[in-house]
Write a new protein. Structure first.
Length: 154
């Protein structure tokens, strides 16, 4: 496998790991979110599940074995209530946008287009959750946040 192919595969695996973490995180969000935003949380959860499933196929197509989801993930902060659930949703989306930026950077063609769309969708969801935006979604997130989302629980 060439260096470029290896870089694409690493970026795809990181995106898949981030989607696994986002699916897990939205399970927590859904359990704490207020009724008024429950539909929004469910829609995001479904979107991340669909992206995760597509990434499994992409990793296989790129010659890799898809990274498995962890049994559990350590959240970046406690989520005792609806306000914290909203903050967690925004954080998950920022982290997902960051890893898709790596897929955009490392790939081309349809894969790059799809990753750019996923990055845009995550950035838009992050803005909806947080009420704040960044000039270049996916780039600012890479400067101070670990890739992928919540860390697997020990």
């Amino acid at each position: 496998m060439s260096d470029a192919q290896d870089e694409v595969l690493r970026a795809l695996q990181a995106a898949l790991a981030a989607e696994h973490a986002a699916v897990y995180g939205y399970g927590v969000v859904g359990g704490r979110i207020g009724e008024q935003r429950r539909t929004e949380a469910r829609t995001a959860y479904d979107a991340h599940r669909a992206r995760r499933d597509a990434l499994v196929r992409d990793v296989k197509d790129a010659g890799g074995t898809p990274v498995a989801a962890a049994a559990g993930y350590a959240l970046p902060f406690p989520v005792p209530d609806a306000a914290a659930a909203v903050r967690l949703a925004a954080e998950l989306e920022m982290r997902v946008a960051g890893v898709y930026a790596d897929v955009v950077r490392s790939s081309g063609g349809e894969r790059r287009r799809s990753a750019a769309e996923a990055m845009r969708e995550a950035a838009v969801r992050s803005v909806r959750w947080s009420g704040e935006s960044v000039a270049f979604p996916g780039l600012a997130e890479r400067s101070g946040t670990a890739a992928g989302g919540p860390a697997p629980a020990p």
